[in-house]
Design a protein around this ligand. Structure first.
Ligand SMILES: *Cc1c(COP(=O)(O)O)cnc(C)c1O
Length: 390
């Protein structure tokens, strides 16, 4: 009876929601420990592009202070964090004012707000093949249509994306660097693209991995906002700032677009721990420099190891890299599929990320860990490949 009523009720849900599948996060450590009877401390998780160095000590101290104020709602306008961001961003690149900033419960929140502001049923949203899964999810929830543009060498084909914009297009997502491919775009490429986009189409430039990139030609979206009021740049504290669990990110845009986003932003969407820790982490330049150094060293080690194993990979400027398990034995490399390699890694307590749902069934994405974690992964991978070759 209850089942019957339940299914009748759920039938009434919006069609857009019924056709969705929930976002698949990387497997949590405790879940794997339960499944395979492993000790959680022995498990290496390199599946969600998390910062492997542990949080900034300054962030922890700031949170401890904040704990005494738990009975209060957080500052719903995030005054201190906006001030800190203005200082930091203005010092590093271009002048940013509090009215340019929208704070999010993770930068995923900002992606959701901007789509809610601009995309109605039937409107088109353009993004690249192999792009971040959240774009399709937030678009479909609004009833928007995803227009997915084929990638070029795993990266964004900006010419094709510009050409895909139609009268029905309201918004374009660009990821720089892109997750899960690690490909990146230059300042000139983004500026040229913006020149082709109609000024009433929003462009969201997702710079979640901005702090990791060293390439001199790499674009800094903030410098393009004053010339392009239709540009929204998103960044996060989840990656190089090491605060993924707290959920805090931000959007930088014209004050007018920020005002729109603040209308759909739920009250108190960023909690007081996140606000305080983000301010502290933002002031901890040493922490970010160390995180980047660990990442650079890990990236060099992993690419060297893939070369030695004869596994192709997509050069990446993020804190992750996608490598290929060539699908056929005749490639002379291996006799296993990417899915099997993933399964065998899980069995020995190494969690990485299959990306078949990104239309890359022969690739696996691994986040850059500490040197010890990277070695555990490479030793396990080497053994799996050797076992299947013999
Ligand atoms: C990790 C990631 C984010 C950040 O998500 P948060 O909600 O800020 O944790 C955004 N975009 C991409 C492409 C990412 O990989």
């Amino acid at each position: 009876m209850t089942d019957q009523r339940n299914s009748e009720l759920c039938e009434k849900a919006r069609a857009e929601i019924k056709s969705l599948r929930a976002y698949q996060p990387g497997k949590p450590i405790d879940e794997l420990a339960r499944e395979f009877g492993l000790n959680a401390d022995d498990i290496v998780k390199l599946a969600s592009n998390e910062n492997p160095t542990g949080p900034s000590k300054k962030a922890i101290v700031a949170m401890e202070k904040e704990a005494r104020e738990l009975t209060r709602y957080p500052d719903g306008n995030g005054f201190d964090l906006k001030q800190a961001l203005c200082q930091k961003l203005s010092k590093d690149s271009v002048a940013v004012k509090p009215e340019n900033i929208t704070l999010g419960n993770g930068s995923s929140d900002i992606l959701d707000f901007i789509v809610k502001c601009f995309v109605a049923k039937g409107d088109e949203v353009v993004f690249s093949q192999h792009a971040f899964a959240i774009y399709g999810l937030v678009t479909k929830i609004q009833g928007g249509e995803c227009k997915i543009v084929p990638a070029k060498n795993y990266g964004h084909d900006l010419d094709a994306m510009a050409a895909a914009i139609s009268a029905k297009t309201r918004l374009v997502f660009i990821t720089n660097p892109n997750n899960p491919t690690g490909t990146w775009l230059t300042q000139t490429e983004i500026a040229d693209f913006m020149a082709k986009v109609p000024s009433d189409v929003v462009v969201v430039l997702d710079e979640a991995y901005f702090e990791y990139v060293s390439e001199a030609e790499y674009a800094n979206g903030l410098t393009l906002i004053s010339d392009n009021p239709n540009l929204v740049v998103t960044r996060t504290f989840s990656k190089a700032y090491g605060l993924a669990s707290l959920r805090v990110g931000y959007g930088i845009s014209s004050p007018e677009v920020a005002d729109l986003m603040n209308r759909v932003r739920p009250p108190f969407n960023v909690n007081s721990f996140a606000l305080a820790a983000a301010v502290a982490a933002l002031g901890d330049d040493e922490y970010v420099a160390e995180s980047k150094a660990v990442n650079d060293a890990g990236m060099a080690y992993l690419t060297r190891s893939f070369d030695q194993l004869g596994l192709p990979y997509i050069p990446s400027v993020g804190n992750f890299i996608s490598f290929e398990i060539p699908p056929v034995v005749s490639a002379g490399v291996t006799g296993v599929s990417a899915a099997e390699v993933d399964k065998n890694l899980l069995a020995v307590g190494v969690i990485i990320r299959p990306i078949a749902n990104y239309e890359m069934p022969n690739h696996l994405r691994v986040s850059i860990g500490t040197q010890a974690e990277n070695e555990t992964f490479i030793v396990a991978l080497t053994k799996i490949l050797a076992d299947t070759r013999s």
